[in-house]
Unconditional design. Structure first.
Length: 244
């Protein structure tokens, strides 16, 4: 078995998305990356891209809201034999929905993808890391993690729940050597999703008004590299032009 360590990234989709960028960045640091998401075709493209750059990765089709899927993901990681160094929960979904137009199905779906999936993923990651009493677990948050604002109230509820989950895990497992962090993305990421869904807004913001994928990945890696005497639990990232 290689002396490589492993990274797991949940929520990998488009090649120009945060999940894929994190996976490629971790691979460039010498880790074997397990890329997880619901689209096998998209995952395989990322694996091939990583291999072309000299790295190594494994695609694991996973629905973050299905407990058996998440358990199977970490079973694959453990069977591969790589010690788990870093795990990132980057899955999530947002829907524009005024409260009185938000049905129960939409509310539950948002909670499942943004919060419940984080619970399932975090639980398995912690269980794996506890065996070595070390590792980094990072949750991707949003502006809504700190404030509920219409027409995204349901999304805010879910993201606030994820933040509380991260806090609880940090307090419980930090003393056992596991670094749990929550990163608030306070702005629009310059990726395929934003360019496709609201191109006019992206154009208006301009490149300097958008979060750059590689810059975010650098920050996640910096969190992982922190000495245990000076761990960050929560930080926020936004373009210098973004008001807050």
């Amino acid at each position: 078995m290689s002396e490589k360590s492993a990274a797991v990234v949940m929520g990998v989709g488009s090649e120009e998305g945060l999940g894929a960028t994190l996976a490629k960045y971790f691979a460039n640091q010498g880790l074997h990356v397990f890329v997880a998401g619901r689209s096998g075709d998209k995952l395989q493209l990322i694996v091939e891209n990583i291999a072309q750059q000299g790295g190594s990765a494994t695609a694991v089709v996973t629905d973050a809201t299905v407990e058996q899927d998440v358990e199977q993901l970490f079973a694959v990681v453990e069977k591969a034999g790589y010690p788990l160094d870093i795990a990132v929960y980057n899955a999530g979904k947002n829907i524009r929905a005024p409260l009185l137009e938000t049905d129960s199905e939409t509310f539950i779906n948002l909670w499942q993808q943004n919060c419940f999936g984080g619970f399932l993923f975090g639980k398995q990651a912690i269980a794996t890391m506890k065996k070595r009493q070390q590792g980094t677990l990072i949750f991707t948050g949003a502006t809504a993690s700190l404030r509920g604002k219409p027409p995204f109230t349901a999304f805010g509820v879910a993201k606030a729940g994820l933040r509380a989950l991260a806090q609880g895990m940090a307090r419980e497992f930090g003393p056992e050597g596991i670094h749990v962090a929550h990163v608030i993305i306070d702005g629009v990421i310059d990726g395929e999703k934003s360019r496709t869904r609201f191109p006019n807004f992206v154009s208006q913001k301009g490149k300097e008004g958008l979060l750059q994928l590689e810059a975010i990945a650098e920050t996640y890696w910096a969190i992982h590299q922190q000495h245990s005497s000076a761990w960050t639990h929560e930080l926020d990232l936004r373009p210098f032009k973004e008001s807050f």
